[in-house]
Design a protein. Sequence first.
Lengths: 255, 434
Amino acid sequence: MADMMASGESPDVLFWVGCAGSFDDRAKKITKALVKILNHCKVNFAVLGTEESCTGDPAKRAGNEFTFQMQALMNIELLNGYEIKKIVTACPHCFNTLKNEYPSLGGTYEVIHHTQLIQDLINTGKLTLADNGTFKGKKITFHDPCYLGRANDVYEAPRELIEKLDAALVEMKRCKTNGLCCGAGGAQMFKEAEKGNKEINIERTEDAIETSANIIATGCPFCNTMMTDGVKHFEKEEDVKVMDIAELIANAADL
Amino acid sequence: MQQFIFGVLTLFSFGFFAFNLRKIAQNIHMGLPLDRSDRKAERWRTMLLVALGQKKMFTRPIPALLHLALYAAFVITQIELIEILVDGISGSHRFFQNGLGGFYTFMISFIEVLSVLAFIGTIAFLARRNMLKLPRLNMKELAGWPTQDANLILVFELILISFIFTMNGADEVLQRYAGTSNGFAISSWLGPILFEGKSTYTLHVLEQIGWWGHIVMVYTFMNYLPYSKHLHIFMAFPNTYYSKLEPKGQFTNMQSVTNEVKLMLDPNADPYAATATDAAPSRFGAKDVNDLTWKNLMDAYSCTECGRCTSACPANTTGKLLSPRKIMMDTRDRMVELGDFKRKNGQDAEDGKSLLGSYITEEELWACTSCNACVQECPVNIDPLSIIMDLRRFLVMEESKVPTELTGMLTNIENNGAPWQFAPTERMNWANEE
């Protein structure tokens, strides 16, 4: 972003990579898949690079409003300095925080989830999926991220994308508004679960395996980690893959 | 004489009810201010759909239909209740019957049909609770009074309906003796089955027992409500009107924190000037019910302990201690306790107890994934999550009681701008990796 600014250019959209997308080995693959799509469609985008910092979401959900607002105000200063208007992110937690919690602190942007952007690219004809048979005969189930679904009522964009693949979308018994959490939200990702008789991600993976889907599609790097761990728990890594929608689309578009 | 007794009974019932409503209002006002005066049209719409229209009940069709029978019977019976009030005060008999004619017959018939459905619904509810032992209606937080409360309400309803049919049934047989009929849908055949052949005197007594029994039960029920979870029949309306209309994922930004953070970030700010003018909050987050907003407290009075929240809670269903329903029940119990204490000992008195600690434990709070399933499920738009978050804020910001792993995460964010220990300079590494 700094380079673009220096050469007097301005991006149409800022890709907010997020901490998981920047540092987590699995999530980095999602980041790269999305960048492939953006580049292929010649989207005029930028990233903040080393200037990006945590949105503060996990701090806020953990109850530390100070740390959250410190992060938020610093990020807002940076984003406003670059005159950012529109942000896309592959992380529903960043999405929710940037979209809903930044405006009253002085940072108002049009914030979209990457599934919404990809949907738009396909609908406007900028992205066409190759008929390469990658997903032929496959069953795909979509796990609703809480911060995309219930928190922000985005249920259809990811599903429409799956339906564009040459595959069958199968729903879990708990889906959309009734979707079960993967267990990572509310800063649980960064701590051990409280005492109980089961891990939440195991419960959720059972829902997914019950559909006999070949692929569990997600739209959140944390859900991805939790579901991947769940699949490993049942030793089903060979039969069930956990993939982000961006990866599915990048594959289907031969990118 | 009867009219006099009726008048005194009515005045006393409404008086005592008003007295208790005032206490409820006072208790809700212990909460902090929150502005929900915006978007009025949307608020009315939400109330009409969710409270009057019971929209969210229908995600579970069987209890929704049973509940609808009780609800419809309750709402429609209010019309008959108006007649009972008029008859009671003026000494008339079925005041509306002559004026309304055929419509009256239709109306009472309608009430009777709904009452039969409500009777069946009530039996089904008792069975679900006590015989089928539905898990969400038999959890440990319901042991003791909450279970008694639930059964008592259902028994009240059975008695109420029985009195209606005693009254209408005896009246019907009396009419038949006089060669005519009220023509009401249920009592015109149920009455003769129950009371045919009884003397006119007995029938008059039965009719009076039905009439008086009904009104006495109505007044008893009304005055029982403020002590019961059943208060939801009223609270559902204001509570849905004042629903949170923002996206569920949007948590409040604490203004008191913004002021302090801005001071820290702005090198030119004069710390003394700012702190002197802004009244500092008594505390960050919530320790007790009076640190919550009035809407949180209204939520607590609106909860009828149905447990949909808890049955959808990922933490609860995997055996963790957290139950969103218990959060609401605890909030109400503590609010009533503190309200009574303050009325007795003065507004500034402290009883040494608090919601956090005396009722809700840290373990419950830390089990929450903030997934909003409880908020989504609630048929009257209660928001247990905002209470959980405010209690967490107190734990973290006032008491520094943070699970160890989270301390690490928070330190990382503060030091290197990520929840993990990676340097900001490594943020772009993904671009060069294969």
